[in-house]
Ligand binder design. Structure first.
Ligand code: CAA
Length: 261
């Protein structure tokens, strides 16, 4: 069901508690101008606050997921302007979402487009998807996490190769490298993404939030710190009714009915 359309995105939800954000700026291959990213942030804020939504999908309409930050918007900016306003800092909103976000990458994911997808929790790709960090060809470098998240996802050699040469990789290589967890034919991409998102949306929202926080700590701490954090969070789930419901449902051989409390 449609919720609203902005100038650059469409926002809808399904009856499986899944929110859908579709980037739609066809003339610029969904380049991420400021207005588009503000609309994405607004949609995420709404879904995060909405108890009837358990997971979110971000995808692109047309040939691109997103072809990067808007080069024409950036062209006139100087150092003082970008440093002074901490240009692109607000993009971080995507990685701070409480509810799980799945990126369904349908086509080009270049520059900021690849970075946007990497800010999501799970990435699926169409067999037509292409991933790249071509900023070096523009005389700049990735500015929304590309040098960091790509390196953690695919390792140093491939990340260096992609960032230094600007050359993209195709979906099959992205799968082998661990950048995405599934590649499917383009016409099945949204269905596959929705299946997974709907499964996640059936879980306790309290627990999925804790779980994704714990996985994310793996990228920001030592193993010992991470394991300690995980155990504390595991203990914390015993303070929820949903943990008792989940284990009771297993013992009673029935489906759990989580109430997010
Ligand atoms: N910003 C602004 N406009 C863009 C754009 C971008 N990132 N990417 C594509 N467009 C526009 C093109 O200018 C073109 O507009 P016009 O018709 O008005 O000329 C339209 O979208 C269609 O693009 P192309 O004609 O280039 O389409 P193509 O099929 O020949 O090529 C492409 C597709 C290979 C993706 C090519 O468009 C391209 O290389 N785009 C730029 C990719 C890029 O460099 N991204 C990184 C941006 S910098 C960044 O993201 C910084 C960061 O880290 C946050």
């Amino acid at each position: 069901e449609n919720r609203w359309s902005g100038d650059f995105i469409h926002v809808s939800h399904t009856d499986a508690k899944v929110g859908l954000i579709e980037l739609d700026r066809p003339k610029a291959l969904n380049a991420l101008c400021d207005g588009l990213m503000l609309e994405v942030a607004k949609a995420l804020d709404e879904f995060d606050a909405d108890k009837s939504i358990g997971a979110v999908i971000i995808t692109g309409r047309g040939r691109a997921f997103a072809a990067g930050a808007d080069i024409k918007e950036m062209l006139p900016l100087n150092y003082a302007q970008v440093a002074g306003g901490d240009f692109l800092a607000h993009w971080g909103r995507v990685s701070k979402n409480t509810k799980p976000v799945l990126a369904a990458v349908n086509g080009f994911a270049f520059g900021g487009g690849c970075e946007l997808a990497m800010m999501c929790d799970i990435m699926y790709a169409s067999d037509k998807a292409v991933f790249g960090q071509p900023e070096i060809k523009l005389g700049t470098i990735p500015g929304a996490g590309g040098t960091q998240r790509l390196t953690r996802a695919v390792g140093k050699s491939l990340a260096m190769e992609m960032c230094l040469s600007g050359e993209p990789i195709k979906a099959d290589q992205a799968l082998v490298a661990g950048l995405v967890s599934k590649v499917v034919p383009g016409d099945q991409l949204l269905d596959e993404a929705h299946k997974t998102a709907a499964k996640i949306a059936e879980m306790s929202q309290l627990t999925t939030a804790i779980c994704k926080e714990a996985v994310n700590v793996a990228f920001e701490s030592t193993l010992a710190e991470g394991v300690r954090f995980e155990r504390r969070m595991f203990h914390a789930t015993f303070g929820t009714e949903d943990r008792r419901e989940g284990m009771s449902a297993f013992a009673e051989k029935r489906k759990a009915n989580f109430k997010d409390c």
